[in-house]
Ligand binder design. Structure first.
Ligand SMILES: [Fe+2]
Ligand SMILES: [Fe+2]
Length: 297
């Protein structure tokens, strides 16, 4: 257990996160940083930014409910303490993305209505499936659902969003960078902890693989639908040019120039990257990837 604790205890968390990359930030970004005027002034871009951010809030609320719920389901003290740090990370993520909605002009009184209107139904279903396992105090299924599937997949979405925004929107870019650093810890915990639990409980393999197939379906369906929302990267570039702005130069991710790729190609690259890494991660914990049916386009 000593090895597992290294990198996952509260002292490490304090030093690397609140006293590390978050030090001096205001809700994860440089104090005074603002959303770009172009997003705030263009109704289509603003709406698209709100829709994307709502998915982040919905995913992070799910992670907050799951990580806090799993504390009392955890079979060992080290996992409970790690999950306590994760709970605070997830609460922080909910807060920073909710504040981004306010910065984008969402009124506090309309927050829940805006979230409900934009929340992708596949993501909502994903959250329900995961929280059913957490409520049943099923630690193995809960950690696989949260720290392997939800976070293993969302990690790449954050990385892609970061590549697309780091230059054009440093405020959003920096909050994403901090979130990615947190998620890297959460995914590491999932792998480290769950590998040994699966070995101890080989009888769980079958239903964990079924859970993975069902949850992956809803995750991939969410990505596909969200990629096709709002103006395409090309249309965004036209809006930028019409406003006299410079197109983003460095928004490259996985060899793809994000600012001039059509959504279908992006979806393919994102799906490919996620699945490749995800399969390797499952393999390391002794789970065989089960292909979900292809989400309807
Ligand atoms: Fe998170
Ligand atoms: Fe997380």
């Amino acid at each position: 257990m000593t090895d597992f604790l290294k990198g996952y205890d509260i002292q490490y968390w304090l030093e690397s996160c609140p006293q590390g990359y978050l030090e001096g930030t205001d809700r994860g970004h440089a104090p005074g940083a603002k959303e770009p005027d172009l997003i705030l002034e263009n109704p289509e871009l603003r709406e698209q930014a709100i829709a994307t951010t709502v998915q982040l809030v919905v995913g992070e609320r799910c992670a907050l409910a799951a990580s806090s719920g799993l504390i009392n389901a955890a079979p060992d003290e080290a996992s409970k303490r790690f999950l306590a740090t994760q709970t605070l990370d997830e609460a922080r993520h909910v807060e920073v993305f909710t504040h981004r909605l306010f910065d984008l002009g969402v009124k506090k009184a309309e927050l829940e209505d805006v979230i409900q209107a934009h929340a992708n139904p596949n993501l909502v279903r994903f959250a329900e499936l995961l929280l059913e396992k957490v409520d049943a105090k099923d630690f193995v299924a809960g950690v696989v659902g949260q720290n392997v599937i939800l976070e293993g997949m969302a990690f790449h979405v954050f990385e892609m969003l970061h590549a697309a925004n780091a230059e054009a929107n440093p405020k959003f870019g920096q909050t994403l960078a901090g979130t990615i650093a947190d998620e890297r810890r959460h995914v590491g915990f999932g792998e480290n902890r769950i590998g040994s639990l699966i070995r101890e409980h080989p009888e769980r393999k079958g239903d964990i693989e079924r859970l993975q197939r069902d949850m992956s379906y809803y995750m991939l369906a969410t990505f596909g639908e969200q990629m096709r929302q709002g103006p395409s990267p090309e249309e965004v570039q036209k809006i930028v040019a019409a406003a006299g702005g410079e197109p983003a130069q460095k928004s490259e991710w996985q060899g793809v120039q994000l600012s001039n790729t059509d959504p279908e190609e992006l979806e393919e690259v994102l799906g490919g990257t996620i699945l490749k890494e995800f399969k390797m991660r499952l393999e390391r914990i002794g789970i065989e990837y089960q292909t979900p049916e292809r989400p309807a386009a």
